[in-house]
Write a new protein. Structure first.
Length: 135
């Protein structure tokens, strides 16, 4: 089940980046039935990825307030787990973008700065890192 959600989220993300909104929407909706039938922990990585891609879709649809709610939930869960990984940095960056779109520029800047700090921590001074592009 996790693999199905992870794969669907990945395909939805690629479709969204390519501008194929219908395919992205179909992938997200397809995973939704699996999510509804499963009993995942709230901080499950596949579920968090699905929510991040879903928030990007909400932003694309011109619904920054919905994206803000989704992203705040993801951030709260990831922060509560006290682990630092790329998803947290991405969530802060996306929430910063959503806040900027909603006109909350000071809050957007704070989120974007937080995303940068987390990405730099994950990069750990390495010149070549998965997180180099985020930092």
């Amino acid at each position: 089940r996790q693999m199905c959600i992870r794969d669907s989220s990945g395909l939805a993300s690629v479709a969204l980046q390519r501008g194929d909104i219908a395919a992205a929407r179909a992938q997200l909706q397809g995973a939704q039935s699996v999510i509804a039938a499963a009993d995942f922990q709230p901080q499950n990585a596949a579920l968090m990825r699905h929510r991040l891609v879903g928030a990007r879709m909400q932003m694309h649809d011109g619904r920054p307030q919905d994206a803000l709610k989704s992203l705040s939930e993801v951030i709260d869960r990831l922060e509560a787990s006290r682990t630092r990984h790329g998803a947290l940095s991405i969530a802060y960056r996306l929430r910063g973008e959503a806040r900027a779109a909603a006109g909350a520029h000071a809050a957007a800047e704070a989120d974007l700065r937080r995303a940068l700090v987390i990405a730099q921590e994950l990069q750990a001074g390495r010149t070549h890192s998965l997180y180099t592009g985020l930092a």
